[in-house]
Ligand binder design. Structure first.
Ligand code: NAG
Ligand code: NAG
Ligand code: NAG
Length: 535
């Protein structure tokens, strides 16, 4: 039972974690608390490793020298850095710095700094720029106060570097913290054609994209489609002060009616249940949700195997509000997902793409590289008796089914336990209820249960007549000298007087041997009431 509980709790946690909201992703990531280990903090150099090494660059800590101090002074050249390695991908929404207080002895702090970050899909360190394109982040004005900056757009990275910056040569020391959360979506990059310009006013480029732009295609980076923020309903409203729209958009004109292809790369092989695409639908301005979406899956990134999932969107030319279109992905497995979206109008604008997925455990990557050609549809992963030659399906079927079963079993177990608790509660309540006398029900404090004594056969239940309404039982012998032999109700059919306290005297039991009845004067006999109705 505990296992079922933990499964259910886990499901709840996963469900909570799946919807990553940047406004909730603000926790300190472990410099101050120590959850980032000393061995995961590195630096380009230190003035004195023991006293002011990178391990002392922790926010609000006063150990040894009391901060990290690089060997050379800060300049505009950015030679020195302090690096934090999270090992897994994190969404970082804020950064904070402090100077070296050193119990009042310190005098060094960084007035400005820059950030660089690294992700597996990026082959190099990327300099962080905010939505205004600025790289320099304001630092400290004294040795003790924290200077905290929001990072908009957020950084999605495994490793982050702080680079002290100064227009003039300046000796600096730093203590730092990063704020954010784990990146549960698992997307490490997406590749697609860069967006298009619309007239002179609107540029539907992916401005936040941090990968490579070869003039046409965007590669290896992340940007507006994964920044966790939706664009305003009206694409004409600038997202920021600049002409940045928040929408990435393409026009059909030069694309010969070909779909837009977006390839997502994930950190691990995952099993997908859904993709959600946030689309604009201002049809009066030539913008509409895609007409068809096709989704393909690959483990290695080269071959997209199995039947694609296709989804047709029924066009809506009534409501112009943007919408979150969800497509079920039927537990398909891969590390790469290719999304092809077909134009329904001249323009197509997207703001966010999120996936619901879970990591698949097992050694799948290696097996995918086997030179085996399979045409089996992975969509039918759960069908029994399928071709076991398809290694990917074979590897993932238990996991997929197991996951599904786990969820179902977990929820059923929780529901059963809840029902049991409710039943036990009602039973206890009922017992308490019954055991206490309820004078309001029966005059004279007589419990209803005491009025009837249930014989083994409920059909023979005998009502107890109230003293004022009960007539003395007729003298059977007088009325019907020849009554048929009637089985006498046993003694226990009668209420016990001591329960009722009404001074009621139960009627005497019927005669054990009633006289035989005369045929001409057959009495009517009501079984259920066991009373004689006079002829
Ligand atoms: C779209 O819907 C899904 C599921 O309800 C949700 O997880 C996702 O955050 C939504 N996306 C946007 C941009 O609202
Ligand atoms: C897209 O452009 C092609 C010509 O390149 C045209 O034939 C097609 O109708 C257009 N589609 C939409 C949805 O506007
Ligand atoms: C996966 O299996 C291959 C052999 O098939 C092995 O060489 C490799 O180390 C395994 N990888 C992992 C992560 O277990």
């Amino acid at each position: 039972m505990m296992d079922a509980f933990s499964v259910a709790v886990l499901i709840l946690l996963v469900a909570v974690a799946a919807g990553l909201d940047p406004s909730q992703c603000i926790a300190p990531l472990g410099m101050e608390s120590g959850s980032i280990k000393d061995s995961d903090i590195a630096a380009s150099s230190s003035f004195d490793n023991k006293n002011v090494g990178p391990q002392h660059g922790r926010m609000r800590m006063e150990l040894n020298g009391g901060a990290w101090c690089p060997q050379t002074p800060a300049t505009a050249e950015l030679k020195e850095w302090l690096e934090i390695d999270f090992h897994t991908v994190h969404m970082i929404t804020g950064s904070g710095t402090q100077g070296r207080f050193g119990n009042g002895q310190g005098a060094e702090f960084a007035e400005a700094y820059m950030l660089e970050y690294w992700r597996p899909s990026l082959s190099k360190w990327i300099r962080y720029r905010n939505h205004l394109g600025e790289e320099v982040i304001k630092g400290n004005i004294n040795t003790y106060l924290e200077s905290k900056s929001l990072l908009d757009p957020p950084i999605i990275a495994n490793k982050v570097r702080f680079l002290p910056y100064s227009y003039h040569k300046r000796t600096v020391c730093m203590r730092v913290e990063l704020y954010g959360c784990r990146w549960t979506d698992g997307i490490v990059s997406y590749s697609m054609p860069q967006g298009d310009k619309r007239g002179a006013n609107w540029e539907f480029y992916d401005n936040a994209y941090d990968g490579h732009w070869d003039g046409e295609k965007l590669k290896h980076g992340l940007g507006q489609l994964t920044d966790g923020k939706v664009a305003p309903d009206d694409f004409k409203v600038p997202f920021y002060e600049q002409s940045v729209q928040g929408w990435v958009g393409w026009k059909n004109d030069t694309r010969e009616n070909k779909p837009i292809e977006i390839t997502f790369e994930f950190d691990r092989v995952r099993e997908f249940t859904a993709v959600h695409i946030y689309c604009n639908n201002q049809f009066t301005k030539d913008v509409q949700v895609f007409s068809t979406a096709t989704v393909l899956f690959s483990v290695g990134g080269k071959r997209y195997k199995g039947e694609p999932i296709t989804f047709d969107y029924i066009e809506d030319r009534i409501f112009e509000s943007p919408r979150n279109v969800s497509i079920k992905l039927h537990h398909r497995v891969g590390r790469f997902v290719k999304l092809q979206v077909q134009f329904a109008a001249r323009w197509m604008l997207l703001s966010e793409v999120t996936f619901d997925s879970t990591v698949v455990n097992g050694n799948i990557t290696e097996e995918e590289e086997l030179p085996e050609e399979t045409n089996l549809q992975k969509d039918q992963i759960a069908t029994p008796g399928m071709d076991s030659k398809n290694i990917i399906s074979a590897v993932n079927t238990p996991s997929g089914l197991g996951q599904y079963l786990g969820i179902v079993v977990g929820f059923l177990a929780v529901i059963i336990v809840l029902i049991l608790v409710v039943v036990v509660f009602i039973y206890i309540q009922n017992r308490r209820y019954k055991s206490s006398p309820r004078p309001s029900q029966v005059p004279g404090g007589c419990d209803k249960a005491a009025l009837y004594r249930e014989p083994p056969d409920p059909e023979y239940a005998v009502p107890l007549q109230q003293p004022h309404t009960s007539r003395p039982p007729p003298n059977v012998q007088n009325f019907f000298p020849k009554a048929p032999p009637i089985p006498p109700p046993p003694e226990r059919y009668y209420a016990a007087t001591e329960i009722c306290n009404t001074g009621f005297v139960p009627p005497p039991p019927p005669l054990s041997t009633p006289p035989p009845v005369r045929l001409s004067r057959q009495p009517r006999y009501v079984t259920s009431a066991r009373t004689y109705i006079g002829p």
